[in-house]
Design a protein around this ligand. Structure first.
Ligand code: TGC
Ligand code: FAD
Length: 393
């Protein structure tokens, strides 16, 4: 249920004037789809801990899977600001919906497009773009999260195939994926990307249950027990940790836009509620403490919008550095989680119910502030960029 009129969505610094007609059309069409398809069923999906039925196919139909992948491979050939706007509108609905689109676009289609063979691109990209198949991205392991370079998953060259062993943990869409892009070490210790198809003997995807966050997203493990991976399934164009990390640049960029959507949903709901709710004979929005919160929310949302727009311009010119993307991801996720938590309080008891989106966004953002590099890891990336000194290890 959408509680507020669309006209209240903030554009306080007139950012729309920097958007082309195409950008505005894309944003509006994804916004309309989110209102019509996601909002009516997201609370039930999250409460019942399952994904929205048919989500990937719907995302494919609206062009939200691989929007910047060229049309010849099934994408839409759009620019990076379009990608950001799509992520923003999806996450206004729910972080799980944006996560589904981020993983498929930036973590599965992007590496296949950038580093895959022509045969791999033709085989997988159109099916991923349409949502006919779902992909997963396996980097994190039970013993190695922030430090993926120490991964243990490995493969051996057996002549006519690779033999893959190990496991990945906390993998979005693992239980429902048809393929997984898996990062593993070869015999010399070099990190390589492998495409593993569901149905391959020894490959299983147990689900991680009882989450309090991203409940409308399926999370699980990727377990490889002597899995024979055909040789043509290795990504030929990349080796080393920079392979998976370059995919994260794209996904983290999308997250910095996406979380603005979650923050806007909370801000608009709080604005409308406090204008309507009366206590002590007046709307609670008339009290200074409530106005302080609303004013700070709008200020922080506006700053995040400006940051993302400029990052999008840089990204369109291939000039966005990984450290700039880290700064935007870190700042904007913290902005959104703070607004979700504070705005929930503004609704009093009503704020804890599923009739309003704050608890759901707030709980979701606990994952978003952790995945794709934790809040503190991104701070350390900024610290290293400033000083040239690595404080990770
Ligand atoms: P370090 O020695 O610094 O770097 C190793 C090599 O990688 C290069 N590099 C990058 N390349 C591209 N983009 C980046 N962002 C890069 N960062 C580093 C670097 O230049 C070097 O290249 P070369 O040629 O010299 O070998 O690596 P380190 O081992 O010290 O680790 C650095 C650190 C901690 C920053 C990095 O590992 C990190 O970002 N850790 C966080 C892990 C993380 O973000 N995991 C995310 C898993 S996926 C996920 O969460 C999906 S959620 C999906 C959803 O549902 O939306
Ligand atoms: P750890 O690395 O163990 O960190 C624990 C704490 O220690 C954190 O606060 C961290 O900031 C801190 N810390 C670590 N190192 C340092 C240091 N050097 N200095 C100071 N503090 C430090 N991964 C994938 O590969 N694919 C996915 O699709 C995916 N989806 C996910 C979905 C969900 C819902 C979640 C929750 C996670 C997902 N992840 C995925 C994993 C995610 O990227 C990791 O959880 C994240 O990178 C952190 O790793 P960790 O959980 O092992 O925490």
């Amino acid at each position: 249920m959408s509680y507020y009129p669309l006209s209240t969505i903030p554009d306080y610094f007139g950012m729309d004037q920097f958007l082309s007609d195409e950008h505005q059309l894309i944003r509006q069409s994804v916004r309309d789809w989110t209102e019509a398809f996601v909002m009516p069923q997201i609370d039930a999906a999250a409460q019942e801990h399952h994904e929205i039925p048919g989500l990937m196919k719907e995302l494919g139909n609206i062009g939200a899977l691989g929007p910047y992948i060229p049309e010849e491979y099934g994408g839409s050939g759009l620019d990076q600001i379009s990608y950001g706007l799509i992520m923003q509108e999806l996450e206004r609905g729910d972080s799980a919906v944006r996560s589904a689109a981020s993983v498929q676009s930036s973590l599965v289609m992007y590496p296949i497009y950038e580093y895959g063979s022509e045969e791999q691109k033709k085989k997988y990209l159109p099916a991923l773009a349409s949502g006919d198949i779902t992909g997963a991205f396996g980097l994190t392991e039970p013993n190695h999260g922030s430090d993926p370079g120490s991964m243990e998953t490995h493969f051996e060259d057996k002549g006519n195939h690779y033999l893959l062993n190990g496991s990945k943990m906390w993998i979005t869409n693992a239980p429902i994926c048809s393929i997984a892009v898996v990062w593993a070490k070869d015999e010399s210790g070099k990190i390589r990307g492998l495409i593993v198809e569901r149905g391959t003997e020894g490959f299983s995807t147990p689900e991680t249950l009882h989450k309090w966050s991203l409940r409308a997203s399926r999370t699980g493990e990727l377990v490889f027990d002597n899995v024979r991976v055909p040789k043509e399934n290795i990504l030929p164009g990349i080796s080393g940790l920079k392979g998976p990390l370059s995919c994260l640049n794209s996904a983290r960029y999308g997250i910095s836009w996406g979380v603005i959507g979650a923050a806007v949903d909370c801000y608009c709901t709080a604005l409308q509620y406090t204008l309507e709710r009366q206590q002590f004979g007046k709307p609670i929005a008339s009290y200074q403490l409530q106005q302080k919160k609303l004013a700070e929310f709008l200020t922080e949302i506006t700053k995040a919008q400006l940051l993302c727009h400029q990052l999008g311009v840089l990204k369109n010119h291939q000039q966005a550095s990984p450290a700039q993307i880290s700064m935007a991801k870190r700042n904007n996720v913290k902005m959104a989680i703070d607004i979700a938590r504070e705005s929930r309080q503004m609704l009093g008891g009503m704020g804890i119910t599923g009739n309003f989106p704050m608890m759901r966004h707030s709980a979701n953002l606990e994952s978003v502030i952790t995945y794709e590099g934790t809040h503190d890891i991104h701070l350390l990336i900024t610290g290293m960029d400033i000083t040239g000194i690595n404080a990770f290890s």
